[in-house]
Design a protein. Structure first.
Length: 67
């Protein structure tokens, strides 16, 4: 498998999955940037949630790549 095709039958990853992952990356970076500015329990909880959601999105990518 090279590029974004798997034996010529279509993309390895659906565009919607890419959108979901990039959205989770953006949310994580925003939450990560917010903590030093305002290290409140709310901001830390938001960072924890964003990290959790990003890890789930990455796990979905790994599952799709394993197909």
């Amino acid at each position: 498998m090279v590029g974004n095709q798997s034996d010529g039958k279509g993309p390895i990853l659906e565009p919607s999955l890419r959108q979901r992952v990039t959205g989770r990356v953006d949310a994580f970076v925003n939450a990560l940037d917010a903590v030093p500015v305002n290290p409140s329990p709310r901001e830390i909880d938001d960072l924890h949630l964003a990290a959790d959601e990003l890890m789930k999105a990455i796990a979905r990518v790994m599952l799709e790549l394993g197909r």
